[in-house]
Design a protein around this ligand. Structure first.
Ligand code: SAM
Length: 275
């Protein structure tokens, strides 16, 4: 970094890993192995990229900061199986990347994510129904707890619903703040989402289902009836009717719902609200 006169950008979430034991563990537990192509999001100076490239057949790494590209040409010069794309991950067509680069390979995503876009990136990866086996990412500890919460528990939020819908989530290990430079104010953890081959059955309208999930958790600690009614603009009497018809307690809170209960409630609400 000194050689290239590089300075960290706080707004791009640049906290680079300096603890040498962490990247090999992410790579090993993130499906970086023969037969796999890996998409990495946010390379920094390439410490994780190198560990992925040692193990996987091919790595395509997406990095927004063009100042890092000449540094990566230095640090990754030993590898001929790495392609760097200078782009914003939110703008890029990931299914095209997969088809162009990983034709005969299984695919996995690995990343030490920039924390300012943790949820949008994870939602993009899951909702685009990409041909991927797993997503293994470093996130802030609190975010990890929410992402990997079980349905029906206090830690859950709308993102928990999406994560559980598309994958089987698991917290792999914790990483202390001292493992990064500069050191952030919070500890982190590495989580893996193993993508399900089939999503849960019975959802009549997926878009409506996710709107209900977002609405239900938009005002935490309110009852399901109040939060869905105010966030989706549906009369409270209609939402309450759907709750009762779903066989749920009228004062139920969103964080008490199981996946099956939420699916059933959203189907009934859609039918009686005519939305
Ligand atoms: N992988 C490196 C490591 O572990 O040391 C860097 C991780 S750092 C937490 C996040 C990286 O993501 C930074 O290099 C940053 O420039 C990059 N980044 C931030 N926003 C991005 C975006 N929208 N698209 C692609 N890369 C992004």
């Amino acid at each position: 970094m000194k050689k290239h006169g590089f300075e960290f950008s706080k707004s791009l979430g640049q906290n680079f890993l300096i603890n040498p034991s962490v990247c090999p563990r992410i790579a090993e537990q993130g499906n970086a192995k023969q037969g796999f192509g890996i998409i990495e999001i946010g390379t920094g100076i390439g410490v994780l990229t190198a560990e992925l490239a040692k193990r996987a057949e091919k790595v395509v790494a997406i990095e927004i900061d063009k100042r890092l590209i000449p540094i990566l040409e230095d640090t990754l010069s030993d590898f001929d199986n790495v392609k760097i794309i200078n782009a914003d991950v939110m703008d890029i067509d990931l299914s095209k990347i997969i088809e162009e680069n990983f034709k005969d390979l299984d695919v996995a995503v690995c990343a030490n994510l920039p924390y300012y876009i943790t949820s949008p990136v994870i939602m993009k990866l899951l909702e685009s129904r990409l041909r991927i086996k797993s997503v293994t990412v470093m996130v802030q500890k609190e975010a990890g707890r929410r992402l990997c919460a079980e349905m029906g528990t206090r830690d859950m939020g709308a993102v928990t619903v999406a994560v559980n819908y598309f994958s089987e989530p698991k917290i792999l290990f914790g990483v202390s703040r001292g493992s990064f430079m500069p050191s952030p104010n919070v500890d982190s953890c590495v989580v893996r989402f193993d993508i399900k081959e089939e999503t849960p059955k019975g959802v009549e309208d997926e878009r409506f289902f996710f709107n209900v999930a977002r609405g239900a958790f938009s005002q935490r600690r309110k009852t399901l009836a109040n939060s869905v009614s105010s966030s989706m603009g549906i009369k409270k009497s209609i939402v309450s009717e759907a709750i009762v018809k779903s066989g749920l307690n009228s004062n139920i809170r969103p964080e008490q719902l199981s996946m099956e209960e939420l699916i059933n409630f959203s189907n009934i609400l859609k039918n009686i609200s005519n939305l």
